[in-house]
Design a protein around this ligand. Structure first.
Ligand SMILES: Nc1ncnc2c1ncn2[C@@H]1O[C@H](COP(=O)(O)OP(=O)(O)OP(=O)(O)O)[C@@H](O)[C@H]1O
Length: 230
């Protein structure tokens, strides 16, 4: 992508008193997010750290609008997520990039087709190939565009997932344990890539991680415990 977003276009993220309760059974309720508040300035890279079950993924799901908060207010740039309805929800989701621990590539599609998937319905079809190739180039895999995910290593698959997250030129990148399925050397390479992209594209970046080494490379560490931000 030659027309990179610049740092001044990155978005701030604000959480004010955000709560989310899950009911895994009739008798059990879990406060996965409990009055969580956080201010992330535009362009900052943040590690969400905390024990398993502390609510890191929940916070990313709420910011990514994969799930909706029960209470509180989440603002991303000028957008207040609770106010979004219908097409505006899809537009918001397309405006951010999300990377998961498990890559979630579609094995029957080529790398190019996987990366182009978020462009469907958003950009003219004739642009898909070039945009997807540019995104693959950013993660060093353009020459593998016609390969299939099963032909790649785990680290390469995560690179493809990162290219897919970048293809719509997001101003916010969320990553949930992006190195959780990778050995330590590959983890380091993926973090090198994410940090490089953060710097080049000026993205705001929020990464949930258990890994101290990963967290220490980001601008800021935010601790999460029992659904609360400490
Ligand atoms: N869809 C759901 N239904 C019921 N309970 C849920 C759901 N999603 C999360 N939870 C519960 O909410 C709590 C917070 O989970 P979450 O996945 O956000 O934690 P986490 O810090 O990301 O954990 P990990 O580090 O293990 O990924 C946990 O107790 C979890 O079991």
């Amino acid at each position: 992508m030659n027309n990179h977003s610049s740092a001044k276009e990155a978005v701030a993220v604000s959480l004010q008193g955000v709560s989310k309760v899950y009911y895994p059974s009739k008798e059990v309720q879990i406060k996965a997010a409990d009055q969580a508040s956080l201010e992330v300035p535009a362009g900052q890279s943040v590690a969400l750290m905390g024990p398993s079950g502390s609510g890191k993924s929940t916070l990313l799901h709420l910011i990514g609008l994969i799930d909706q908060a029960d209470a509180g207010r989440i603002t991303v740039g000028e957008t207040c997520l609770q106010d979004l309805r219908g097409n505006a929800v899809a537009d918001y989701r397309a405006s951010i990039g999300i990377v998961f621990q498990q890559f979630y590539l579609i094995n029957t599609l080529t790398l190019l087709e996987n990366v182009a998937a978020p462009l469907v319905g958003r950009r003219p079809k004739r642009e898909h190939r070039q945009l997807a190739l540019s995104a693959l180039e950013q993660v060093g895999l353009a020459e593998r565009a016609d390969s299939y995910p099963t032909q790649l290593s785990g680290g390469q698959q995560q690179r493809v997932a990162i290219a897919r997250a970048l293809v719509n030129e997001p101003k916010l990148l969320l990553a949930d344990e992006p190195t959780g399925n990778l050995d330590s050397e590959t983890s380091q390479q993926i973090m090198d890539l994410l940090l490089d992209l953060h710097q080049k594209l000026g993205l705001t970046m929020i990464i949930a991680t258990h890994d101290d080494q990963v967290a220490s490379r980001l601008d800021r560490i935010v601790r999460v415990k029992d659904g609360r931000i400490q």
